[in-house]
Ligand binder design. Sequence first.
Ligand code: HAM
Length: 419
Amino acid sequence: MIKKPRGTTDVFPEEVVYWQRIESCARKTAAKYGFGEIRLPTLEMTELFQRGVGDTTDVVQKEMYTFQDRDGKSLTLRPEGTAGTVRAIIENGRCSDALPLKLYYILNCFRHEKPQAGRYREFWQFGVEMFGAAGAPADATVISLANSLLRTLGVKDITLHINSIGCPKCRPAYHAALKEYFSAKKDILCPTCQGRLETNPLRILDCKNPECKELAESAPKTIDFLCPECEAHFASLKRCLDAEGIEYGIDPMIVRGLDYYTKTVFEFIAPVVGAQSTVCGGGRYDGLMKELGGPEMPGIGFGMGINRLILAMQGSGVTLEPDDRPALYIASMGEKANETAMGIVEALREEGIHAETDLCARSLKAQMKYADKLGAAYTLILGDSELASGTAKLKNMSDSTQTDVSLSDIAALRSLVTE
Ligand code: HAM
């Protein structure tokens, strides 16, 4: 048997209902906040992520699905949606659109991580990105959008963690402090982090290696090294969140695993998911547009993991079932009756009704058993005598009451089965 690649998922209707609920609520929430949808290619040039996400990150160093296409170009299956969104804005000359420019996406991402519950190699994100608004009210708006969606979906016990990781002005002093701290413990670090000590010590803080993780816990905190501008921005964010009535905790351990972040970073954590409890992560990325060849333009956004969100909803007791029960099942006896039944169900479907009839030449008993399994609200038996009289008995399956109906009066049948 050929199996699916490790870390990918097959989703059947019983679970697709959760996806549909999330996608529809995400679209409605995005619309309330004035975000329009962007659709992007699954493949991007590898360089986009090397420059955008950063080539000292775990994502770029260890997790990308990169290959040469038949033209010899290096392409990568997107590991996230922010870099592609920024590229699309620059490439399509949308930097001069009315600001702030507000976009959202629902897309699949690919990362070669070690699969476990809540962590996959192909996963989906609902993400939003806002460009051209430098102040903390933009940060608070994006956070509030995520908060609103999570509440609408019924996720329980979710907490918002915020931090500031400073800007290029305050970062050199912080990097120096980190370098000093980790240099003294260099031998304990994994080989990748030993290299990061020279290139980008901040990245050691989100290494997944247990030894590096333990050392990171006592490392200097970004928040103690903020320049006056970053400090004022963070203070303003806290005031905006207070004004919006959104609860949060300051968490100096949140540094995020991608290089483009500046100032605000945040995560929504739902312990109900288990070890992979971060259902949403985001932050400000004021230098990314310029880095990718566009104008100087601030940005802020988040990515919400849809697969994790489903685990969080299920863990919170949200139960959804597919709405797939037919309003009517017509059981037929004989070819002529089956053809008449085909005509009736098709006419009802035209009216927007879910109606079914036999497609497997089953016996009457087997058809009734099948109708029961489908959970049909009404059944109708069609045989020679019904065809001759042009009427049949419509049975309400919940109380077994029967009503005579005319086979040619589709409007009457429609109103009876949708009562
Ligand atoms: P990220 O933290 O790498 O950020 O991913 C965002 C969310 O995607 C995570 O919080 C998690 O819910 C989900 N996620 C990440 N990796 C996996 C995985 N292997 N399996 C399942 N779910 C996963 C970003 O991707 C940024 N682009 C977010 C952003 C947008 N920042 C600013 N704008």
